[in-house]
Design a protein. Structure first.
Length: 242
């Protein structure tokens, strides 16, 4: 059984926001009203953050400052706090290590949002919206709430959602291999953010395959996790800047 993992090389990230846009379009992420966004209720499964760093400790103004960038999808933790606190098992870890969300089960208690140390879970406070032009381009391959391939899916108001490593792509790739009468290959499944990364800063694959790129990168001296002391054991890894 595969053990999916993502590795992000911070040295290559150019903050183009391509991963954020690809994530939104691939997963039909709802758009909130300007008023909701002002209240901090924007839904962004994949964020990019600027991290200013002072070159000279006593001089924190331009040109003595340079900017680093960090991107933040779901960490898909092996010891996920969000799974432990969900009272209805709406969030769970599947057999391949992906932290999933069952929208039909979710009761909107938001315990998982509080428990997540990475702030990557979002609550639908209002009915999801799309501008007329965007509504026409919703991805029909997206999983519907009942787990079938009847897209395009719309998460209802009052549920929590998050990055899924584009798991609907895995379902589609496996079904295609089955129809063609062949074995599924791990390299056939790539999340949208990895596929569209212009700086080639993202890698994805089977962590348990010693020959895979992510497995080899995970052993790098540059490999690190966000909030390692949280005990969550995230499977989204980062390669620190050299």
């Amino acid at each position: 059984m595969t053990n999916w993992c993502m590795v992000i090389d911070l040295e290559k990230c150019v903050a183009c926001q391509g991963c954020s846009i690809a994530c939104r379009m691939e997963n039909n992420t709802p758009v909130v009203s300007p008023e909701e966004a002002k209240n901090g209720r924007a839904i962004r499964w994949n964020d990019v953050f600027p991290l200013p760093v002072h070159i000279a400790p006593d001089q924190g103004e331009y040109p003595n400052v340079k900017t680093h960038y960090s991107t933040r999808p779901c960490m898909h933790c092996k010891n996920a706090p969000c799974v432990k606190v969900c009272p209805v098992q709406a969030t769970f870890i599947d057999e391949e290590g992906i932290v999933r969300q069952n929208y039909d089960r979710c009761i909107g208690c938001r315990f998982c949002t509080v428990a997540c140390p990475y702030g990557v879970r979002y609550f639908n406070w209002s009915e999801p919206q799309w501008e007329e032009t965007l509504a026409e381009y919703r991805n029909p391959d997206q999983l519907s709430v009942n787990g079938s391939l009847e897209g395009p899916a719309v998460r209802p108001v009052g549920v929590v959602e998050k990055c899924t490593y584009c798991v609907h792509r895995l379902v589609k790739a496996r079904e295609l291999a089955k129809v063609e009468g062949r074995e599924f290959r791990a390299d056939e499944y790539v999340p949208a953010c990895v596929q569209t990364c212009t700086g080639k800063a993202r890698f994805f694959g089977d962590l348990d395959d010693p020959d895979s790129t992510v497995s080899q990168l995970s052993k790098s001296l540059r490999a690190t996790h966000l909030l390692e002391d949280s005990g969550a054991h995230p499977k989204t890894l980062y390669l620190a800047e050299g």
